[in-house]
Design a protein around this ligand. Structure first.
Ligand code: B12
Ligand code: SF4
Ligand code: SF4
Length: 318
């Protein structure tokens, strides 16, 4: 039966591995962390988690210069949730035809995907917090498939970071010091509806959403650049004129970005980030546009606070 399951999964994803639900629950709950996966709860009838991965390219677009902002590499092209979802549906259908009960998810609300992938020996969790795969490095989207079949697993040796601390040393906000400080991570702040302090604004120079530094600097990613899925290639939306972004309406933004992974928090978050970048890029031409946005979103405190601070900064530029 394992061979039949492997044959199906292998058709749709670039890598996969297995871990028993029992082992996952025991080890995840033993972490004793106060997070949403602690005391993880999975339907008793499921016996195995199939961890699956889709590789995406590491190559980034050439920066056009000011007044542009770039998206993080993982959000180039079509939203990986949509790409994965289609494949998960096809796999689920075929596995169900074999008589299994199946539940497949990407960015699962029930399963900590990196932890499950690590336990399945798909790779190891690096100091940059990524699941690092021996072939695809960190450039791998993850998902999981629960199945009501016990599948024996073979354990391969996995790698580790050793003495390397490059990502920890080069993270611009010290988010990787000792443990992962989510609230310092640029990937988190550029998605969060919170006001930015000056130390949060300062490192935002050309990335308008997310951050790739701890992937780019990682030696485990050396020479890794797989172009296996055309959906994850640049489509022109990954580099944004920040002045145009400020002029955009919700409707215009949605039409352009509805199937891009960066759009899930909405236009206002992107506008807040754009304003911070425009101030750091010293684009004085943005002043009237920022003033207009402040008037328009006067009822949104996290937006106004950040926009006003950036405006002041920009007005001080000689
Ligand atoms: C919420 C979330 C975020 C949040 C918070 C991240 C966080 N706390 O981990 C934010 C917005 C910051 C974020 C950022 C990014 N994310 Co994210 N994110 C998630 C999501 C939806 C849940 C993660 C989560 O809450 N994990 C649980 C918390 C408690 O984990 P944790 O605090 O990191 O602790 C883990 C480790 O530190 C380790 N650990 C800690 N203590 C101990 C102790 C022991 C003894 C052991 C053994 C292990 C261990 O194990 C813990 C469990 O995994 C997952 C999808 C999913 N469902 O898993 C994607 C996911 C992790 N993200 C992903 C990506 C791509 C990113 C970004 C690269 C996006 C970007 N470029 O901007 C950045 C990377 C930042 C970074 N350096 O990690 C990918 C990672 C792929 C990979 N190969 O690893 C995932 C898996 C999405 C996917 N489906 O592909 N993310
Ligand atoms: S994504 Fe950027 S800010 Fe977040 S941990 Fe990595 S280097 Fe630091
Ligand atoms: S940069 Fe070094 S320490 Fe960080 S994840 Fe890569 S190998 Fe590990």
């Amino acid at each position: 039966m394992k061979e039949n399951i492997k044959k199906i999964v292998n058709k749709y994803v670039d890598t996969y591995a297995f871990v028993s639900v029992d082992e996952y629950l025991k080890k995840r709950n033993a972490l004793m962390r106060n997070d949403r996966y602690h005391h993880a709860n999975i339907d008793q009838s499921f016996q195995t988690i199939i961890t699956v991965g889709l590789a995406y390219p590491s190559e980034t677009v050439k920066y056009k210069g000011k007044p542009y902002g770039i998206l993080s590499r993982y959000s180039y092209g079509k939203d990986y949730h949509l790409v994965f979802q289609e494949k998960l549906e096809l796999m689920t259908k075929e596995l169900k035809q074999l008589g299994f009960k199946v539940k497949a998810e990407v960015d699962s609300m029930t399963i900590d995907e990196r932890f499950a992938s690590k336990l399945s020996h798909m790779g190891y969790i690096g100091k940059n917090q990524f699941l690092i795969h021996p072939t695809y490095g960190t450039y791998l989207y993850l998902a999981t498939i629960l199945i009501d079949e016990k599948i024996e697993t073979t354990v391969d040796d996995v790698d580790d970071c050793g003495e390397c601390t490059i990502c920890v040393d080069l993270c611009p906000t010290n988010a990787l010091d000792e443990y992962f400080h989510m609230e310092r991570c640029i990937s988190y702040t550029t998605q969060a509806k919170i006001p930015f302090t000056s130390s949060m604004r300062k490192p935002l120079k050309k990335m308008v959403y997310g951050c790739d530094i701890c992937q780019v600097v990682c030696p485990k990613n050396k020479a890794i650049d797989f172009h296996m899925h055309p959906e994850f290639e640049p489509n022109g939306l990954e580099q944004i004129n920040l002045l145009e972004l400020l002029r955009m309406t919700n409707k215009e933004y949605h039409e352009l970005y509805h199937d891009n992974a960066s759009s899930w928090k909405g236009l206002l978050v992107m506008k807040r980030n754009a304003i911070v970048l425009l101030a750091n890029q010293q684009i004085k031409e943005a002043i009237p546009l920022i003033e207009e946005q402040i008037k328009k979103y006067v009822d949104v405190p996290w937006f106004i606070e950040t926009a006003e601070a950036s405006l002041e900064q920009l007005k001080r530029v000689e």
